[in-house]
Ligand binder design. Structure first.
Ligand code: ADP
Ligand code: MG
Length: 311
């Protein structure tokens, strides 16, 4: 039995470099040496601006893309090398993702009951009480099975579809749920419902949740642990209260200074120009040449310098 204080997933030095262009190749370091852990029953938020590498990290964990280097340990086993349909299926029985655009996760031609039926076939789940289990998982996400199962995806709202994806994950009884910007498409009235649901399920079922967001306030509101991503680097990570109450990396500090009140739209660009941030961060790294990651207090780590700045 896994204890709650043992990570269910450990990412170690994950690096992802995209190359684009055929003749003149251009390389983008989307994720640079990222290390972090996910724990059962805990929400970990991954916070960063658009383009900072959040989705790439989610996709790496979900094995939708492969890292150039580094590894991912799931239940202490390296999953970066697993190949083939059956081992991947085995992995997806334990980890699922919910994405920004829930419509894209559904076949528009299939009614919801067919979608759920297929879960059983796809993952070779054995159950005599299939319908009961489906019903139960829908109720757990506050959806009425009778009203939902006979519908096509386009007859449902974004919030309902996202809840269906969560229900699907519950049916599979997954260990990890990756939620990538899941509320951007929801209106304010359904937003809190979906989020609170996510937290409740995480606590009740001991699920590890990676909550990807560009919204600092949401991160604070929801998560136990926080990962702050800046241009592919995890610049600060640790217990949410510590990171938010005592930010130590200049990027995090600038980020927090520019956050307006809850519910107000956050637009960092109004406050700081990117060049200014880069300059301040560079200077910080230069001044801390040989330190790398430093535990500034218990369960609170700060990137003091980049590996290639050292020396
Ligand atoms: P975020 O989710 O934080 O907005 P992403 O992980 O989507 O960030 O992207 C990180 C960086 O990687 C960006 O510069 C983006 O343009 C680049 N990128 C993402 N996906 C690809 C891809 N498939 N090919 C090339 N570059 C990509
Ligand atoms: Mg993204």
């Amino acid at each position: 039995m896994r204890k709650n204080n043992e990570p269910i997933l450990e990412a170690k030095d994950l690096t992802k470099i995209y190359s684009s262009g055929i003749i003149n190749k251009e390389y983008t370091v989307a994720v640079n040496n990222a290390s972090f852990e996910l724990y059962p029953g805990k929400v970990t938020s991954l916070v960063g601006e658009s383009g900072s590498g959040k989705t790439t990290i989610g996709r790496l964990i979900l094995k939708l893309t492969e890292p150039n280097s580094g590894k991912i340990l799931f239940k202490e086993e390296d999953i970066t090398d697993i190949e083939g349909r059956s081992s991947k299926k085995d992995y997806y029985r334990q980890i699922q993702g919910v994405f920004q655009d829930p419509f894209s996760s559904f076949n528009p031609l299939f009614k919801i009951n067919r979608v759920f039926d297929m879960v059983f076939r796809e993952f070779e789940l054995e159950a005599e009480n299939k319908e009961e289990l489906i019903s139960q998982s829908l109720q757990e996400v506050n959806l009425n099975p009778e009203r939902i199962l006979d519908k096509y995806p386009h007859q449902l709202s974004g919030g309902q579809l996202q809840r269906l994806l969560i229900a699907r994950a519950l049916l599979l009884d997954v260990d990890i749920l990756v939620a990538d910007e899941i509320i951007s498409m929801l209106d304010a009235s359904t937003r809190m419902g979906v989020l609170n649901l996510l937290v409740d399920i995480c606590r009740d079922k001991g699920l590890a949740v990676l909550f990807i967001t560009h919204d600092l306030n949401l991160g604070y509101y929801l998560s136990d642990d926080t990962l702050i991503l800046h241009e592919g680097n995890l610049v600060e990570r640790g217990a949410t209260t510590k990171v938010y109450e005592n930010p130590r990396h200049p990027y995090t500090q600038m980020l927090f200074e520019s956050v307006p009140d809850i519910e107000e739209k956050w637009d960092r660009s109004e406050e700081f120009i990117p060049e200014q941030i880069t300059e301040v961060v560079e200077e910080f790294y230069q001044n801390n040449r040989e330190e790398g990651y430093k535990e500034v207090e218990e369960n609170h780590y700060v990137l003091m310098s980049l590996p290639d700045n050292i020396g």
